[in-house]
Design a protein around this ligand. Structure first.
Ligand code: BES
Ligand code: MN
Ligand code: ZN
Length: 462
């Protein structure tokens, strides 16, 4: 989508849908004197807020696509509402980003119709200053990485193996100063990463550990380390998932995909920061080689993990990745994972579950979450919960009580907490935000959460 800035309506020619934000009680398209206008229904000004504004901007695209418009025009000032508490630049960036976010659809596996796919090709914007224009274009760059994250996650499991994820990571940062190193199974053996190797053992695909380094900050500044779960297909392993739960498990690398594209974005924006991305990538399969319930695995940290359920594989691979993170003497480690169905039970599909050992970071994430639309909600990391994951044979069990789903998102976080040593840590369970839900004015499938959230966080600490 191309954003084109105009000073005057008269400069806009060709078949264009003019969008006007209105207080009518429904969306309405009117054609008069050869001009087509969409009156976009919106709450009265004093009832508007930022959450509703995200939806409104996206609705403009969805309605326009619905009538197969290819070009739309609107006035920036129509989207100013006093209750949203955004500066002009923040508003510009938000609109620029949400337009592209809403225009996305995953069509890679579809035969194009004769008239081409139905996308908005050009957006004419009136009433924007030079600064707002730049902010809108920046929003577009951010959305581009969000959408690329969605494409990686939407890709079927057979075409998104650990090896292919490695290629995609390299491709994502080509032309930037990000260095990509990859550990294969042999190298992981040398590093004693038995937790990752165990989970990947049942697959014919080689497990990979992707390391992305962006060092553009002061030498002495400790890096931010991002860790993303990269399970390219989660069958559950020997604890095979029931049929209904298998569908969508190609997206179990969503956390890894988001880390890849945050790295790309941070580099493209030339932020003066040190940022590391770590992505343990495996396929969790059933075979004669699979790890078994009852196995005890020695993790890279030296602590042993008693496998009670092979479907709780995300926390097992993250254990080694979090241990590896320690090598960087990090300022903070942030892991991102489609970790538990229990997080979806707890929150529904509207927010990422956040866990952290730092109260201030919790507040910062919450605030940036509101501003980016990557909403987060905190759950506890209390020590008391450790009782239920103490291992019988090993140090820590990978699930709490075999037959209970109670508090599952928390127990997963408490398990990860055992591998955190002496640094600030944030765990984002993005299972609730893996796919879009009806009414969000977004295409079905992957969402690209939390690329915006992490990018804005890193940008802010600059
Ligand atoms: N990848 C799943 C979690 C998941 C489920 C993400 C649905 C997105 C949508 C994870 O590996 C998993 O299987 N978790 C189990 C844990 C259980 C065995 C303790 C779950 O949530 O059921
Ligand atoms: Mn699983
Ligand atoms: Zn999983």
């Amino acid at each position: 989508m191309k954003i084109i800035f105009k000073n005057n309506v008269k400069e806009i020619n060709g078949e264009t849908l003019f969008v006007v934000v209105s207080s009518k009680n429904k969306d309405e398209i009117i054609r008069e004197n050869g001009v087509k206008a969409l009156f976009l229904k919106c709450d009265e000004s004093d009832k508007m807020n930022l959450r509703k504004l995200f939806l409104l901007v996206r609705k403009m695209i969805v309605v326009a696509k619905g009538v197969k418009a290819e070009r739309i025009a609107f006035n920036f000032n129509d989207f100013r509402f006093k209750n949203t508490n955004l500066s002009d630049l923040e508003l510009g960036e938000m609109i620029g980003s949400q337009l592209d976010f809403a225009n996305y659809e995953f069509t890679d596996y579809k035969t194009p119709p004769e008239e081409g796919f139905n996308f908005i090709k050009e957006v004419f914007v009136l009433g924007a200053t030079k600064e707002i224009e730049n902010a809108m274009l920046k929003g577009g760059v951010i959305a581009d990485e969000v959408n690329k994250t969605r494409t990686l996650a939407n890709t079927p499991g057979g075409d998104m193996t650990p090896k292919i994820l490695v290629e995609k990571a390299k491709e994502a940062v080509r032309g930037t100063t990000v260095k990509v190193k990859v550990l294969g199974e042999k190298e992981m053996e040398k590093q004693n990463m038995q937790a990752i190797l165990s989970v990947g053992r049942g697959s014919d695909e080689e497990s990979k550990f992707i390391i992305m380094e962006y060092l553009a900050g002061p030498k002495e500044e400790k890096p931010i380390v991002l860790v993303g779960k990269g399970v390219t297909f989660d069958s559950g392993g020997i604890n095979l998932k029931p049929s209904s739960s298998l569908f969508g498990m190609n997206m179990d690398m969503s956390g890894g995909a988001s880390v890849i594209h945050v790295m790309a974005l941070v580099a493209k924006m030339k932020l003066k920061k040190n940022v590391i991305g770590l992505i343990p990538s495996v396929e969790n399969m059933t075979s004669g080689k699979s790890y078994r319930p009852g196995d005890v695995v020695r993790s890279m940290s030296g602590k042993t993990i008693e496998i009670l359920n092979t479907d709780a594989e995300g926390r097992v691979i993250l254990a080694d990745a979090l241990t590896y993170a320690q090598k960087y003497d990090p300022e903070v480690v942030i892991d991102v994972a489609t970790l538990t169905g229990a997080a979806v039970v707890a929150l529904g599909e509207r927010a990422t579950a956040i866990f952290t050992n730092d109260d201030n970071l919790s507040k910062v994430f919450e605030e940036i979450g509101e501003k980016t639309g990557d909403y987060v909600w905190r759950l506890p990391l209390w020590e008391e919960y450790e009782n239920e994951i103490k291992g019988n044979l090993g140090d820590w069990a990978n699930v709490h009580n075999k037959d209970s789903r109670d508090g599952g998102a928390i127990y997963a976080a408490i398990f990860l907490h055992q591998f955190i040593k002496g640094f600030k840590w944030v765990h984002l369970d993005i299972a609730p935000r893996m796919t879009s839900m009806a009414g969000e004015n977004l295409a079905k499938g992957a969402l690209g959460t939390p690329v915006r959230l992490l990018y804005k966080l890193i940008e802010r600490t600059q």
